[in-house]
Write a protein that binds this ligand. Structure first.
Ligand SMILES: [Zn+2]
Ligand SMILES: [Zn+2]
Length: 285
């Protein structure tokens, strides 16, 4: 079965509300069909929604917040989570093959609050993401934060937060597990111990991990996660989801053939489908 479980309706335009229009959703579904995808899951960023503003307060109120991050969030939190979920529920009600998802930043100080917000909605699945380490934005720019950081320490810090995200049990799958390689920063030696620990944490928490084509469109030019990390997940018996991280209809299902091959090469033969937060393994085809 072919799934794309990481799709945004926004078009990287944080200044205006997400266009919750049926026409737009139909274009995404048409593109999915054209690229051989059987089902898509919409997983909007949580920081689009007013309800999530308090979740980000520990970061946004911090005196060390980089200007670029403050700028990025200036237009965040403008959409309504109720309207988003109602829109997707109505689409499901009309028989459209979509899942209702959300991509949620794991802000450790706000774990309880995140749980309370999520509990009020009928998700098919929730994606967990680590885009920030404190006030450091991992994927904003190679010039923001990275020049002052030691790569090996940053990897350690990243996976420490990533493991806490797994253990929080707030999420069904973890997005782009080695996002921090986005600009090409890698430790001099492959951190196998770190990867094995991350895989063990995911296994223990019963959370899946995402294999994503988005990395192919970023400076690093490699699928998330890389082979060493994906092999560690496979060895630990962690299930996978598959996603394009599309932010426009044209990217739905993009390069997922390569993603499926990537996963198959380390031994995966099934992927995870979700329904009402219940994970079902379906063949990787
Ligand atoms: Zn993300
Ligand atoms: Zn995303």
């Amino acid at each position: 079965m072919r799934l794309d479980y990481h799709v945004h309706l926004e078009f990287d335009d944080y200044q205006s509300p997400i266009r919750l229009e049926k026409e737009r959703l139909l274009r995404y579904i048409e593109q999915a069909e054209a690229s051989g995808v059987d089902e898509i899951g919409i997983s909007e960023h949580c920081y689009r929604f007013r309800e999530f503003k308090p979740v980000f307060d520990p970061m946004l109120c911090h005196p060390d917040l980089p200007q670029a991050v403050a700028e990025f969030f200036r237009h965040g939190f403008i959409d309504s989570l109720d309207s988003y979920v109602d829109f997707l529920l109505a689409a499901q009600g009309e028989g459209l093959r979509i899942k209702i998802g959300l991509e949620v930043d794991f802000i450790p100080e706000s774990a309880e609050l995140i749980g309370q917000i999520l509990a009020a909605y009928p998700w098919d699945y929730v994606i967990g993401s680590v885009h920030f380490l404190g006030t450091f934005p991992v994927d904003t720019s190679p010039h923001v934060g990275w020049p002052e950081r030691d790569v090996t320490t940053t990897y350690e810090e990243y996976f420490s937060v990533w493991k806490r995200a797994c253990a929080s049990k707030l999420f069904d799958t973890m997005a782009h597990p080695d996002l921090l390689k986005i600009f090409g920063a890698r430790p001099p030696v492959t951190p196998h111990r770190l990867y094995a620990d991350a895989a063990e944490a995911a296994k223990r928490a019963g959370v899946a991990v995402e294999v994503s084509s988005a990395g192919l469109r970023k400076p690093v030019g490699e699928i998330y996660p890389g082979k060493a990390l994906l092999s560690a997940f496979r060895q630990a018996g962690v299930p996978i989801t598959i996603g394009s991280d599309a932010h426009c209809a044209e990217d739905v299902g993009r390069q997922l053939d390569e993603v499926r091959r990537w996963a198959n090469e380390v031994g995966y033969t099934s992927i995870t489908r979700f329904e009402g937060r219940r994970a079902i393994q379906v063949p990787l085809t």
